[in-house]
Design a protein around this ligand. Structure first.
Ligand code: LRH
Ligand code: MN
Ligand code: MN
Length: 389
């Protein structure tokens, strides 16, 4: 038992969760962005906040960038700034969805000039990766059509394939392309990368460094996401996660808040498929917006929720589960899984943190730190850097 506990603790100490720069800035719905006092005005200030999340959780050493939301003159200097704060710059996210030219799409647009502009942006993102030392380029396309007949569905797939090929061929040896799917929004009739199967088909053609990203908010209600995870892991094509919670669609709420049981089931398939091993190359990222709640504690809470789901997944008695499955013991097998899920792992995680020299309660430690007050006092003037800024 103690050996199991030690192994679980070691795995929890090794897991890292990447936080998104945009979680620290102002964000909202299409109805209203509620400005919060003290939010970052620059990419550097976003890193200052991310450094607090790392300071109190110890497992969030990398920060994802979104280009151009995090536009700076000198990305190598931004990477150095991150390093000085104990951070590294992580995944580079492209943005081909906020320009008037992209009304009918970006890389799938019927006009070659617009496609060229979109591909050039993706290539510029790879330049950023070269400067920051980032491993992953994450692509999500808002491309699609609103009406049957609006454009040729197959031609759009051909244009997408051409764009992806050009960018994939530009990647350096250790760099990877992560292709994200989303079933609808902003296109409502047909989205060009609507599901894992489409993303997987493109990745297969591109080569081994192209992988699929599972954003947990990007599925129809009732979708068995853990099945998708198991399948992609089996095929060696699970690039990572954009974790967040949804009640309805792409809600971008805190990971593990809406459906902690789903997050546990996903993490169980990750553990079962060896996805926690560094060699598996699975990136655990948050993709969230904190519209009405305080941002830094929300990110800390989300990181902790991922850790709790991981801890429970690691506690599944795999031997007992396999035996029950072999015996056809339906209820017994289900009980093994539910026992792990019902375990209160908070004391275990508190121990893990103490063994790492951290406060056992990251949220309380953050609250005591006075950082929230300080940023409200110091970050006056300037324009808040928000979602879409
Ligand atoms: C699209 C998405 C994608 C974007 C991010 C801001 O809905 O999930 O990952 O880059 O949101
Ligand atoms: Mn996402
Ligand atoms: Mn999303």
């Amino acid at each position: 038992m103690t050996d199991v506990r030690q192994a679980v603790k070691a795995a929890l100490k090794a897991q890292t969760v990447e936080t998104p720069s945009w979680a620290y800035g102002d964000s909202g719905t299409r109805f209203k962005v509620f400005a919060q006092p003290g939010v970052p005005r620059t990419p550097r200030e976003k890193l200052d906040d991310a450094a607090k999340v790392q300071e109190f959780t110890g497992v969030a050493p990398t920060v994802a960038l979104h280009i151009p939301w995090d536009r700076v003159e000198d990305y190598a200097a931004l990477a150095a700034y991150a390093r000085e704060r104990g951070l590294r710059l992580g995944t580079v996210n492209s943005n081909t969805f906020q320009d008037d030219d992209y009304r009918l799409g970006s890389v799938c647009h019927p006009d070659a000039k617009v496609r060229r502009k979109a591909v050039d942006h993706l290539l510029a993102c790879v330049d950023v990766m070269d400067a920051t030392g980032s491993r992953d380029l994450k692509l999500w396309f808002a491309d699609g059509t609103n009406y049957p007949g609006q454009d040729d569905v197959r031609a759009r797939q051909d244009r997408l394939a051409d764009a992806l090929r050009e960018v994939y061929d530009r990647l350096g040896g250790a760099q990877r392309m992560l292709l994200e799917y989303k079933f609808f929004e902003p296109a409502f009739y047909a989205t060009d990368v609507p599901d894992w199967g489409t993303a997987y088909a493109h990745c297969l053609k591109l080569g081994p460094r192209a992988r699929v990203v599972v954003d947990t908010g990007h599925h129809a209600p009732g979708t068995n996401i853990e099945f998708i995870v198991a399948t992609l892991l089996r095929e060696g094509r699970l690039g990572g996660f954009d974790f967040n919670s949804r009640f309805y669609a792409d809600d971008d709420l805190m990971a593990g808040a809406a459906d902690p049981f789903q997050l546990f089931r996903i993490m169980y398939e990750v553990v079962r498929g060896g996805g926690l091993e560094p060699a598996a190359g699975v990136a655990f990222m948050l993709d969230q917006c904190h519209n009405v709640e305080a941002k830094i504690p929300a990110v800390i809470r989300s990181v902790m929720n991922v850790q709790e789901a991981t801890a429970k997944a690691l506690l599944v008695d795999r031997g007992a589960l396999a035996a029950a499955q072999r015996d056809g013991d339906v209820l017994g097998a289900n009980a093994v899984l539910m026992d792990a899920y019902a375990t209160d792992v908070r004391p275990l995680l508190a121990e893990v943190r103490e063994e790492c020299g951290l406060d056992p309660d990251p949220l309380a430690a953050y609250a005591r730190s006075g950082w929230a007050r300080r940023i409200v006092e110091e970050r006056v003037g300037g324009t808040p850097a928000g979602w879409g800024a």
